[in-house]
Ligand binder design. Structure first.
Ligand code: F6P
Length: 325
């Protein structure tokens, strides 16, 4: 492949606050450094269908504060097939796109890895997901905003939980990862968090229930990571059966967690990562995700960042346990 002149940028998978800041950053840093930029709409779907637009700096004006993604997003089934990826490659050839910046989570970067290998195509990934489950970066774009959104919601739930002396199971997103649940539980002074990394068995649930009573706490908030089998409804049912004296409620926060204006931290992270992506392309890097570790940009090979065993800091479990007595 010759010299890179045009960079395509797309967002893929679940949207995350700060994706727009990342699009703006890639566009402006790209133009500043002499590249042409093409926005690709609807993630890999748009790449397959040739939905592109040449971006100027004005195209990304006024978007840093907006949630969602101006490029739209999708989870493309077609891109999972060799035929779909072939069509996506043909779009790149036709549109003279020489490199891609893909902003998305686990699934999106897995797709990027396959495409990059199949067609020997340079791709830089940016971790755009509220879940914070990508390996090799301390934070992902959207994670901080979502924690703040959850915190605001749970603070409100606390008011009504206190007034009615109820137990609330609040379910938060995170798919297979407990970062959102554990950290927001600490931030909200919740009594417990139930996360996939530390599955709570029957006795643990009973233990913190009793602990709550012993402290004469009349209300109690438990943050639960979403899970198809044992989400907030499952635990609420169990408590209703095992502790019939309690007034139990469930609140599933759902997609409101993904919306809203990004926090300062997410805007800065996305801006630095976008600049990092363009710098990576200039350096001839390819097939790496831009991570942020100890306040510095790092390059994480795709094969590393999509690992499923991002280490969970077990000290956070101890912090919550000690502070919720
Ligand atoms: O990966 C981001 C995420 O918000 C997860 O936390 C959640 O499980 C999933 O996306 C929900 O996806 P959908 O948009 O398909 O409802």
């Amino acid at each position: 492949m010759g010299k890179i002149k045009t960079i395509g940028v797309l967002t893929s998978g679940g949207d995350a606050p700060g994706m727009n800041a990342a699009i703006r950053s890639v566009t402006r840093a790209g133009i500043y450094n002499g590249f042409s930029i093409k926005g690709i709409y609807r993630g890999y779907e748009g790449l397959i269908n040739g939905e592109t637009k040449a971006f100027t700096t004005e195209d990304v004006s006024g978007i840093i504060s907006r949630g969602g993604t101006i490029l739209k997003t999708a989870r493309s089934k077609d891109f999972m097939t060799p035929e779909g990826r072939q069509r996506a490659y043909e779009t790149c050839q036709r549109e003279e796109i020489d490199a891609l910046v893909v902003i998305g989570g686990n699934g999106s970067l897995s797709g990027a890895r396959i495409f990059a290998e199949e067609f020997d195509f340079p791709i830089i990934g940016l971790p755009g997901t509220i879940d914070n489950d990508l390996y090799g970066t301390d934070a992902t774009i959207g994670y901080d905003t979502t924690m703040n959104t959850i915190m605001d919601c749970v603070d409100r739930i606390r008011d009504t939980a206190n007034s009615h002396e109820r137990i609330f199971f609040v379910e938060v997103m995170g798919r297979e990862a407990g970062y959102l649940a554990q950290n927001t539980a600490i931030a909200c002074g919740a009594e417990a968090a139930i996360i996939p990394e530390d599955m709570t068995d029957a006795d643990q649930l009973a233990e913190f229930m009793h602990r709550g009573i012993r402290k004469s706490k009349k209300s109690c908030i438990v943050i639960v990571s979403e899970s198809p089998k044992c989400g907030a409804l499952y635990y609420a049912d169990r408590v209703k059966k095992e502790f019939p004296g309690f007034d139990v409620r469930v609140s599933i926060l759902g997609h409101l967690q993904r919306g809203g204006s990004p926090s300062a931290r997410d805007r800065i992270l996305a801006s630095c990562m976008g600049v990092g992506a363009v710098e990576a392309i200039k350096q001839g890097q390819r097939n790496v995700m831009i991570g942020y570790r100890f306040n510095d940009v790092v390059y994480v090979p795709f094969s590393e960042c999509i690992r499923t065993d991002k280490p969970f800091d077990k000290r956070l479990i101890k912090v919550l346990d000690e502070l919720s007595i």
